[in-house]
Design a binder for this molecule. Structure first.
Ligand code: FES
Length: 123
């Protein structure tokens, strides 16, 4: 399977790439087999994600997955964001090749890790 136009678009022109200083939530997830790493930074107000940035050292699918997932969580409540699965990320990209599915899992896990970081700091 070839990459979809949407994957190519998000890879060539990633949305919300960068970092947030002093984020309310921070998640960093790596995949041991390919060595790729994804970081998610969240700014959260009243349990709503008001800003999000990502930094990904990884393949095209990982960069496209992180880019599209930042668009998916922006403006969402943390509960809504926690429900975003890697399947939803893949659907939003119009599909990923089977060998690239794990790249979308990084996005789901990095978002969850960042929200869990926020929740643990809140306590
Ligand atoms: Fe590992 Fe894409 S090859 S995240």
């Amino acid at each position: 399977m070839e990459y979809t136009d949407k994957v190519m678009d998000h890879f060539s022109n990633p949305r919300n790439m960068g970092v947030i200083e002093n984020p309310d939530g921070y998640g960093k997830i790596g995949n041991a087999s390919c060595g790729d790493i994804m970081e998610i930074f969240l700014k959260i107000e009243n349990d709503i994600i008001v800003d999000v940035k990502f930094r990904t050292f990884g393949c095209a699918s990982a960069i496209a997955s992180s880019s599209v997932s930042t668009e998916m969580v922006l403006g969402k409540t943390i509960d809504e964001a926690l429900e975003i699965t890697n399947k939803a990320v893949v659907e939003s990209l119009g599909g990923l090749p089977a060998v690239k599915m794990h790249c979308s899992v990084l996005a789901e896990e990095a978002i969850k890790a960042a929200i869990e970081d926020y929740l643990s700091k809140k306590k």
